[in-house]
Design a protein around this ligand. Structure first.
Ligand SMILES: [Zn+2]
Length: 373
């Protein structure tokens, strides 16, 4: 039996005790050992995110690996830029910035990354960052900006991979990770209040890979954790953030359904659905792609289809919109249009781009077949 021991250390900033760092004993820790720091959501106060991959998922998910077992992925496709902030105070043990954004193996697959060492022999890990705003050795307060959400390394869609580990580490990549005992967050499917949640409550839906639960952050630099119902002002920001995020997620889900069902849809019903989506968001890359490949592709309109695919690719290059599968498939279509127009060298360029950007074996094989023709 272990004795639960609580250490409270007041941090005095500007003459007032504004933050208390609290530590809980880790599971199986020896009596008197210092436990895990209380973690806050790694996003600024009021930010709403979707848990795109939770923890302890079944095999086949990247979080089934021991170094990711209790990690959580948070995505936010409604905001152009999402600041990532320190979940607890500590010292930057490792920071990797400026990896090659095209390399999925960069930073051992975690891309640009930051590790913050905390009291009690733990560190938090923030991966797939776009920009990194801290350097190794720097002391950071809880709530301090450490970078921006990105899609570097083996990320797929833009998201933050966030996890807790024992011991400090000044090397790239992740060591075996630990269950988060407590994390201050608001689960927007539950009562609308901030509470201490166990990390294993933070789950994506394993059956709907990307559409997980929504969480809000109360994390604000140098302020003590906010528990309970938020103030009216903060509540309104969370509500607006939730509405905007749900709208983007619902559109994405509708378009994915159209893509899945398009062989059984009539051209008219698909055109109607896509017209409505494009009226709401004229640059949605998936809507443009489906339009160009399903509706707008009669032979005599090659150029229009080509222009629409190029628009889809340009829009898909915006990080918050990026669908990792889209680029290679769009290039395959562009290649076959160019070939039918008799533009052999353009076709070759498009098929080569499809091969470079493919994330699935069948798309890569199709690009290789086209290049061999
Ligand atoms: Zn992850």
């Amino acid at each position: 039996m272990t004795t639960r021991r609580l250490t409270i250390a007041g941090v005095v900033v500007g003459g007032a005790a504004v933050a208390a760092a609290r530590f809980w004993p880790r599971r199986g820790a020896v009596p008197g050992g210092v436990g895990q720091p209380l973690l806050r959501m790694p996003f600024a106060r009021g930010t709403v995110v979707v848990c795109s991959q939770g923890n302890q998922l079944r095999g086949g998910h990247t979080h089934a690996l021991p170094q990711n077992r209790f990690a959580v992925d948070f995505a936010q496709p409604a905001l152009d830029v999402v600041e990532v902030i320190a979940a607890a105070a500590g010292t930057v043990a490792y920071a990797l910035a400026d990896v090659d954004p095209e390399s999925v193996d960069a930073g051992l697959g975690y891309g640009n990354q930051v590790k913050i060492a905390h009291a009690g022999g733990y560190h938090t890990f923030y991966a797939h960052l776009d920009g990194v705003a801290v350097r190794a050795g720097e002391r950071v307060e809880q709530g301090r900006r450490i970078g921006t959400m990105g899609a570097t390394g083996r990320a797929g869609i833009r998201h933050l991979h966030f996890s807790l580990h024992e011991a400090s580490s000044s090397a790239p990549g992740a060591t075996t990770n630990e269950a988060i005992e407590e994390l201050v967050a608001m689960d927007l499917q539950g009562p609308r209040e901030f509470r201490r949640a166990r990390g294993d409550e933070l789950l994506g839906d394993p059956d709907a890979f990307w559409l997980g639960r929504l969480y809000a952050s109360e994390n604000s630099p140098s302020e003590a954790p906010l528990l309970g119902a938020p103030s009216g002002a903060l509540g309104a920001i969370v509500d607006a953030g939730e509405r905007a995020l749900r709208e983007v997620l619902a559109r994405r889900e509708r378009l994915a359904a159209s893509a899945r069902e398009r062989s059984s849809l009539t051209v008219d019903s698909l055109a109607g659905a896509l017209s409505a989506e494009l009226a709401a968001d004229p640059d949605h890359p998936v809507a443009l792609y489906l339009w160009a490949t399903s509706v707008d592709v009669p032979r005599e309109r090659w150029q229009q289809a080509e222009a629409t695919l190029l628009r889809a690719l340009a829009s898909n290059a915006i990080p918050r919109r990026k669908e990792p599968w889209l680029a290679a498939r769009a290039y395959l279509h562009l290649g076959s249009i160019a070939r039918r127009r008799g533009l052999a060298s353009s076709a070759r360029g498009y098929f080569e781009a499809a091969l470079r950007q493919s994330i699935s074996a069948d798309v890569a094989a199709e690009a290789r077949r086209e290049l061999a023709r």
